[in-house]
Every structure is written in structure tokens, then in C-alpha cells.
Ligand binder design. Structure first.
Ligand code: GTP
Ligand code: MG
Length: 193
């Protein structure tokens, strides 16, 4: 599979704002700053399609991207778990994201992004269990793989899966900085479409 074209289709915070369901959708979820928007830019080969920021909490909406003139869609979800937000914002995040995850027929899989260097957080584990329960768990994407040596990939993948309580899930290392992992990820996404 190749991504030849990508366009921002819609920015939404509630279901009435979602684009009409059409082709299959694959979503990216993960804690704030893990690299969801950077990964979207890497996959689509567009430097500025999604906004990237060094400060967490950049993406606060559900952003729908149309790939190859709606062959499929990638949905960039807002990140969770950064320190400065109040409890009510965390609750709003849950409501906004749950509404999408639980009522979107076109949604085929959610890729959970985790930092390759870090043990997944309690929120990561909770989200993964939720996704698995609803049959939505896609591949786990280990971001910022440029931060560790290639020899460390397998060990980190094992740690990530054991913390998530996920056994038979592929872990795909990617680096938006070094531009690696794209082919493996597109192949994994293709299986869910
Ligand atoms: N070294 C390295 N840094 C990365 C990589 N991907 C993203 N980053 C950096 O991580 C920071 C956060 O990236 P974003 O793509 O904005 O993260 P996000 O998950 O979309 O964050 P929110 O929108 O807040 O949820 C930025 O400073 C990026 O430059 C990577 O592969 N390697
Ligand atoms: Mg983002």
C-alpha cells in the first residue's frame, strides 16, 4: 500500500461534526507528545499536514484525514495524560474520544502509540484493554525509535507488550525523525482495512 495523497477532511469535537462515514478508518491514539501527529506527517510525506509541538496537548480535536481520495481515512485523536489539565478536561477528553470509538461503524482499528523508551502508563494499559474488549485493538506503534539502538527494539517491544497485557500484538518501531518504519506500519494497517 502506498499513500499518494492526504487531505484534512474534518476537525470535530462531537459526533455531529464527524464527516459522513464512508471508507474504513484507522485511528491513532496515545498519550500527549508521543508522536501521533508526527507519525501522520511521516506516513503521508507531508511536513505540515498535522500540527506538531514540543509542548504536550497540541491536538485537542478529532482530526479526520482522507487518504488517497478517500481510499481510507486516518483519524488523529487528541492525546491524554499530560500533567497540566484539570479533571474536568480529562473527563471531556474521555467523553469526546469514547463517543467516537464506540459509535463509529467505519472504525476498523486503533493503533496505540507508546514511546519506545518508556513503560506504558496506566492510561495506556486501560485504553488498550478497552480497545481489545471492543475488538478495536490494532498494532502497537513504538515511537521515537531513533532514541534507542536497533538492538534494543525487541527487548523494548517485550516490555511494552507485557505491561499492556497484550501477547499476540505486533509492535512496530517507527521514527519520524529518521523516517523509518513506514513500510511495516502501512502493511500492518492494510490488514485492518
Ligand atoms: N526524536 C524524535 N522525536 C519525535 C518523533 N516523533 C515526534 N517527536 C517529537 O515529539 C514531540 C511531540 O510530537 P507530536 O507529533 O506533536 O505528538 P502528539 O502525540 O501529536 O501530541 P499531542 O497532539 O499533544 O497529543 C515533538 O517535539 C516532536 O518533534 C520521533 O520519531 N523521534
Ligand atoms: Mg498531535
Amino acid at each position: 500500500m502506498q499513500i499518494k495523497k492526504a487531505d484534512l477532511l474534518q476537525v470535530a469535537v462531537r459526533p455531529a461534526q464527524y464527516p459522513p462515514a464512508g471508507p474504513p478508518e484507522i485511528a491513532f491514539a496515545g498519550r500527549s507528545n508521543v508522536g501521533k501527529s508526527s507519525l501522520l506527517n511521516l506516513l503521508t510525506n507531508r511536513r505540515h499536514l498535522a500540527r506538531v509541538s514540543g509542548s504536550p496537548g497540541k491536538t485537542q480535536t478529532i482530526n479526520f484525514y482522507s487518504i488517497n481520495d478517500d481510499e481510507f481515512r486516518i483519524v488523529d485523536l487528541p492525546g491524554y495524560g499530560y500533567a497540566k489539565v484539570s479533571r474536568s478536561i480529562t473527563e471531556k477528553w474521555g467523553e469526546m474520544v469514547d463517543a467516537y470509538l464506540l459509535n463509529r461503524e467505519a472504525l476498523k482499528a486503533v493503533c496505540l502509540l507508546v514511546d519506545i523508551r518508556r513503560e506504558p502508563t496506566a492510561m495506556d494499559t486501560e485504553l488498550f484493554a478497552f480497545l481489545a474488549h471492543h475488538g478495536l485493538a490494532g498494532p502497537v506503534i513504538a515511537t521515537k525509535s531513533d532514541k534507542v539502538s536497533r538492538g534494543a527494539y525487541a527487548g523494548q517491544a517485550g516490555l511494552i507488550l507485557s505491561t499492556l497485557g497484550a501477547a499476540d500484538t505486533p509492535v512496530i518501531p517507527v521514527s519520524a525523525l529518521k523516517r523509518t518504519g513506514v513500510e511495516d506500519l502501512l502493511e500492518a494497517i492494510n490488514e485492518f482495512l
